[in-house]
Design a protein around this ligand. Structure first.
Ligand code: C2E
Ligand code: MG
Ligand code: MG
Length: 572
């Protein structure tokens, strides 16, 4: 008997199989020597109890094992699991564990027993095979098979998140010539370096794959939900790739310049087949080749046109300030006596190519590129200089100018200091200046807003809440901010006497302003009926086409001068 136990132990040692047995009635457990050895534990000690088992496995494996153990105790169901064990020295290895229950004649479970086999070598061989089937051996990048998998995954997750994804098809220009002249080893060297550079251009979660030859594919996920915005984001990554791959390479002492051609297509959720997507990116890549190589092209011509138009706008805009192409228009603000109390200054871009460009066509881009900072500064300086000029004239000295402030401008660390500097150098009374902030700007960083508004308010600068009512107007933040005025958004004013619900909103805003002791002004007043409604409900300040469109300075000054001959207005 003893002999056969010894033989069994020896057989277990050679085959790396251990076994255990548990007497359910007494809870007594026996482990074979090989099982101790597999876990790197001392076989002189009693086997670990159930509670100590969790330390023997990775948490994921322990979860599966403990679920199976609970089941086998209850139902007697056998199990077979591949588990990752953690040995006493911290090393992780894989085991195949099988367990079964034995019952007595009346059917009650009396014994649990199991075997465990070390399968680490088999697992690592499997992993190697998987790696070989999923990765390109030269560059270690995902190959076509894994790319298709990832593409499928990206399509599914974008259909949930509604975000756009992009597929970039990258082909190296003149790669064949390099191979022919310097040989395949040098060609391979370039491919490896390109793979490294491409991997450095993308974020975690994106994929670079090698399709074969000198063709690489990138999947970018989680781009904007808005297609044009996503196109711009992808274009930026595309340019980064162009620049990165354009840097010279040292290929075993050979100085080499390589350029890529890139084709791009966007996709989201519900799209055609993976092959069709690749085809689209491939077609776009050929467009890039046709356009002279070392460039990128979008598959969608509309997108391509939009991206080109935006680049041209950005280019023109970059020089606009230096070339003095900005102008301020003035739109008068009046009170219920039809007296002019001031104006809102509205920016216009007098572009030689494009004509007079309205702000909404270029301000979003200027915000994105940061050009809004010098532009906004110019608006503020010009408005303050104008207030200074008006100071000397009794007709104009009490006018107030409202200046729109963009979020990026306002949230600069030294914004308060910038405004103070302009106030000092123009030497105007700060209360002649009214800064218009939007709700989204305010909520962007409410603590920052509170500090800056209070600082400026203390020196006398006024604040108006622009486009009020369309955002997340909440009383709680309004009470913390020193606004002097709420400006009812023109969309509500437009619908007065069209939508009864709008009239209620307008009345509510007026009431809200009153209880917060703020002034209220309506923008976009176009008809006498709107004016009458507003006045009747206690809104006594207005701006809109009924009074005047935004006009250049000369025209605005004429309006001021005309007040005696133009009975509608007088200067406050
Ligand atoms: P906003 O500040 O809400 O300006 C009011 C807009 O409504 C102006 O458009 C004005 O021309 C228009 N408007 C005024 N009265 C009426 C009316 O009775 N009917 C209609 N349909 N429209 C009216 P504009 O000049 O095109 O400006 C658009 C937006 O551009 C402004 O909206 C403001 O957010 C931004 N903006 C303008 N100038 C500047 C600036 O100097 N800096 C910044 N950051 N943004 C500016
Ligand atoms: Mg405004
Ligand atoms: Mg507005």
């Amino acid at each position: 008997m003893k002999e056969s136990t010894a033989e069994l132990q020896e057989a277990q040692r050679i085959s790396h199989v251990g076994n255990w047995q548990l007497d359910v009635a007494t809870n007594h457990v026996v482990w074979s020597d090989e099982l101790y050895r597999m876990f790197g534990l001392n076989s002189k000690l009693p086997p670990p109890n159930y509670a100590e088992h969790f330390r023997l496995f990775t948490s994921e494996s322990w979860e599966r094992l403990s679920a199976s153990m609970l089941r086998i105790q209850k139902t007697g169901d056998p199990y077979e699991l591949e588990l990752e064990m953690v040995r006493a020295n911290g090393e992780c290895r894989w085991m195949l564990a099988r367990g079964e229950a034995l019952r007595n004649t009346s059917g009650a479970i009396t014994t649990l027993r199991g075997v465990a086999m070390d399968i680490t070598e088999r697992k690592s061989a499997e992993e190697q095979i998987k790696h070989l089937s999923d990765y390109d051996t030269l560059t270690q990048l995902p190959n076509r098979r894994l790319l298709m998998d990832r593409l499928k995954h990206a399509t599914a997750s974008s259909s949930r998140s509604k975000k756009n994804c992009a597929l970039l098809f990258i082909d190296l220009d003149n790669f064949k010539t390099l191979n022919d002249i310097l040989g395949h080893d040098i060609g391979d060297m370039l491919l490896k370096k390109v793979a490294e550079r491409l991997s450095a251009c993308i974020r975690e979660g994106d994929t670079v794959a090698r399709l074969g030859g000198d063709e690489f594919v990138i999947i970018l996920e989680n781009m904007s939900e808005n297609v044009l915005e996503a196109a711009n984001q992808v274009e930026m990554v595309g340019f980064k790739i162009l620049t990165t791959l354009n840097h010279p390479y040292d290929l075993a002492g050979n100085h080499h310049i390589s350029t890529p051609s890139i084709g791009i297509t966007l996709f989201s959720g519900h799209m055609e087949s993976m092959e069709a997507l690749l085809k689209r990116a491939d077609i776009a890549m050929y467009q890039a080749k046709k356009a002279g190589r070392n460039t990128l092209r979008f598959y969608d011509p509309e997108m391509q046109a939009a991206v080109i138009a935006r680049a041209a706008l950005e280019d023109d805009l970059r020089h606009a300030l230096a070339k003095n192409q900005f102008k301020l228009y003035f739109q008068l603000q009046a009170n219920h006596n039809r007296q002019i109390t001031g104006a809102e200054v509205l920016l216009r871009w007098q572009c030689p190519k494009r004509g007079l460009v309205p702000p909404l066509d270029f301000i979003p881009l200027a915000e994105e590129t940061g050009q809004i900072l010098p532009i906004g500064q110019w608006v503020l300086e010009t408005a303050c200089a104008q207030l200074k000029l008006w100071e000397g004239n009794s007709l104009t000295r009490d006018l107030q100018l409202a200046v729109n402030v963009s979020a990026r401008q306002f949230h600069q660390a030294d914004y308060v200091e910038q405004v103070c500097k302009v106030l000092r150098s123009s030497a105007i009374k700060p209360d002649r200046l009214k800064l218009e902030l939007t709700e989204s700007l305010v909520l962007d960083s409410i603590e920052d807003t509170i500090i800056k508004m209070h600082a400026l308010s203390e020196i006398g600068v006024h604040f108006s809440m622009d486009d009020f009512g369309i955002g997340y107007s909440s009383l709680s933040y309004l009470t913390q901010l020193p606004f002097d005025q709420l400006k009812i958004d023109q969309s509500f004013v437009r619908n007065i006497s069209v939508k009864p619900s709008n009239e209620v909103i307008v009345q509510t805003i007026i009431g809200m302003a009153k209880s917060l002791r703020m002034d209220v002004i309506a923008e976009g007043v176009e008809t006498e009926a709107q004016l009458a409604f507003l006045e009747q409900h206690g809104c006594i300040a207005y701006q809109g086409y009924l009074f005047s469109r935004p006009v250049p300075l000369e025209a605005f000054e004429q309006l001021l001068n005309q007040t005696h001959s133009y009975p509608k207005y007088s200067v406050a």
